[in-house]
Each structure stands twice: as C-alpha cells, then as structure tokens.
Design a protein around this ligand. Structure first.
Ligand code: ADP
Length: 211
C-alpha cells in the first residue's frame, strides 16, 4: 500500500503536514493557496494509503512507515567513528607547494593543518586556487597563511551521529570535517586529529543503505 507513486500535490501536502502537524485541512489549503474542496481527494488518498492520520477536531498527522523509521534509527545510531577516513595532516609551516603535492598524492579535497600535533586549520582546493590567482610564491608561502583557521574550523567527534555531522557539512557548505578528540593543555582546549569525515563517507553509507 505504501509503495504507490504520489502526485506532486500530494508530496506538497506531506511536506506541509510534516512541518506543521497537527494541521487542519483548512490550513493546508491556505498554505497551498487552494480551496479545501480541491484538496479533499488528495487528503483521502494520503489517509487511506497510510501516509496521514486524521484526528477529528485536531487535524492531520504524518505517519512514519516502519521502513522509514528503521532507516531513520539506523542513520541516527551510526557514529562518525564507524565511517570516518584517515586524516591527511600537514604542518602549518609546510609550503603551499607541498600542500598542493599532498592533495594530489593523497587524493583528497581538504588538508588538515596542525601545529605541534594539534589542529590549527584546514585548506581546501579553493584556498589553493585563490592563492594561485593572487600570484604569491607558493614555494615560499607557508600553508598556515592561507588556511581557514581555528576557531573557525567546524569539527566533529567520533561519537557524533553521522546525521549531526552531515548537517554541519550542509549548514557550513563545506566538503569535510576533521574528527577530533578534545585535549586540555595548560588550561587551553586543543584538538588532536583522529580522522576525517567527508561527503564521500556519507555517499558510501547512502549506497550501503540502498542495497
Ligand atoms: P572546495 O574548496 O573544494 O570547494 P570546501 O567547500 O570544503 O572545499 O571549502 C570551502 C571553504 O571552506 C575553504 O575556504 C575551506 O578552507 C573552508 N573549509 C573547508 N572545510 C572546513 C571546515 N571543516 N571548517 C571550516 N571551514 C572549512
């Protein structure tokens, strides 16, 4: 029953109910700028096929299917530590040239920059391109000069769920997060880098879930 194809209008109704439940048919109609009667048949289909539940005098609720719930639980319980890759780390004093070579050799899109073993920044492809356009001497310039530096680096921990980490990647419009362990040194909070969590890790998990 749940494997039916939904019309665009029905999908729109589901999105509205998910965001505003419980919601009356009158209010759904307002969101869609149509009359209540125009929605009646779609609401009947959605209720009969189990997507929506209608409670009298309360409104419509979205019903999660068992399969969706199973997937959602699986994604929420999978931790960054289960999927992360090895971090590609380079010292902040290394040259921009060395960074570019490391990026090619290691086949990554982001380098993690450390100083005395602790996270100080990240450098991505665009940072290298900006430097190249700027005409600086990439052999002389230290990579620390062009990195996005702490405290602006968005990080995650092994125990974070992959859902939280993926949300950070989307919100900050970046490709990857250093995976860190907190370390207190002389009263200062520092980060040891233990991994890298990227869009590729998410894509791999996505494929596995689909098998
Ligand atoms: P690309 O340069 O390949 O598009 P990103 O979108 O990841 O890669 O990087 C865009 C910008 O965001 C760069 O300036 C980069 O230094 C910065 N950046 C990348 N990863 C992070 C991160 N985890 N936290 C903060 N800034 C980041």
């Amino acid at each position: 029953m749940r494997n039916i194809e939904l019309k665009v209008r029905q999908q729109e109704i589901l999105e509205i109910v998910k965001a505003h439940q419980p919601i009356t048919s009158e209010n759904i109609a307002k969101y869609l700028n149509v009359s209540r009667s125009a929605l009646r048949s779609d609401l009947t289909v959605l209720t009969m096929s189990g997507f929506l539940e209608a409670k009298p005098k309360v409104g419509y609720f979205y019903v999660k299917s068992e399969e969706r719930e199973r997937l959602s639980k699986l994604i929420q319980s999978t931790k960054v530590g289960n999927l992360m890759s090895l971090p590609i780390v380079i010292d902040e004093k290394s040259s921009v040239y060395d960074g570019i070579v490391a990026m090619f050799l290691e086949d990554v899109g982001t380098l993690i920059i450390v100083s005395e073993g602790y996270l100080v920044g990240v450098v991505s492809r665009k940072d290298f391109l900006k430097t190249a356009i700027g005409g600086s001497d990439i052999n002389k310039m230290p990579i620390g000069m062009i990195m996005t530096r702490m405290p602006n680096v968005v990080v995650c921990q092994e125990t974070d769920s992959i859902l939280e980490a993926a949300k950070k990647i989307i919100t900050h419009e970046i490709d990857s997060l250093p995976v860190v362990v907190e370390h207190c040194k002389d009263g200062e909070l520092l980060y040891k880098v233990v991994g890298r969590f990227s869009k590729t890790n998410i894509a791999i998990q996505f494929v596995e879930l689909g098998l």
